[in-house]
Design a protein around this ligand. Structure first.
Ligand code: IMP
Length: 206
């Protein structure tokens, strides 16, 4: 299986994010493989508009833009929350549902919108998705999609985490992502699943 993937041989890559929190998280994961990270923000690269309709599409667009602009391998992510009763919405528009006219984000309001639109359906299934895409300056991409399946609950519960964490209970658990120990969330999350696929396929061992 791994023979079909292009291995990452570089010891440095550009992370196509301007979000310092995400950068720290990914840098820590990559450090274990001896790979250093510089962010697109630090390099002053422009932020492309997320015009695609899939997580992989948007992550690819960001990774390719950063790889081409920097001449170095780039890694980008795109993630979101989906409710089965809403045919997968908000999906790639997860952040947009929280966007306020003044540019700030209101996640309590975004979660309430999901509940308002989905409450009449008996189907409470929900999932988080995370796409991770590695792109090379020659246009080659390696794409991975991790998912965490579960159900949405109301009212929201818990103070850890961020975004839609307080309304999501993963399969086999009783606590929401926001109630559980953050280490537990990080072990079973969509981001962890995607990173494990990327590690297996492209990163040097240990
Ligand atoms: P992105 O930064 O464009 O990937 O936006 C992702 C959106 O999905 C943001 O609104 C996040 O709050 C939400 N999201 C992604 N991952 C998680 C998670 O692990 N917990 C809660 N919300 C998440």
């Amino acid at each position: 299986m791994s023979g079909a993937h292009r291995p990452l041989t570089e010891k440095r890559l550009v992370l196509a994010t301007h979000n310092a929190g995400k950068a720290r998280e990914v840098a820590a994961l990559l450090a274990g493989h001896g790979i250093a990270v510089v962010t697109a923000g630090e390099l002053g690269l422009p932020v492309p508009e997320e015009t695609e309709t899939t997580f992989i599409g948007n992550a690819s667009l960001k990774a390719l833009a950063a790889a081409r602009a920097s001449g170095t391998v780039a890694l980008a992510d795109d993630s979101g929350f989906s409710a089965a009763a809403l045919d997968g919405a908000p999906g790639v528009y997860t952040a947009d549902w929280a966007e306020q006219p003044d540019g700030t984000r209101d996640y309590a309001g975004a979660m309430a919108k999901v509940e308002r639109l989905a409450r009449h359906s008996p189907d409470r299934a929900a999932w988080f998705s995370c796409a991770l895409v590695l792109a090379w300056p020659d246009g080659h991409v390696e794409a991975f999609l991790g998912e965490a399946h579960g159900r949405w609950v109301w009212p929201p519960r818990g103070d850890h985490g961020f975004g839609y964490d307080p309304m999501f209970v993963p399969e086999g658990e009783t606590q929401t992502f926001a109630e559980m120990d953050p280490a537990r969330k990080h072990a079973i999350s969509h981001r962890a699943a995607a990173f494990r696929m990327l590690e297996e396929a492209c990163l040097p061992k240990g």
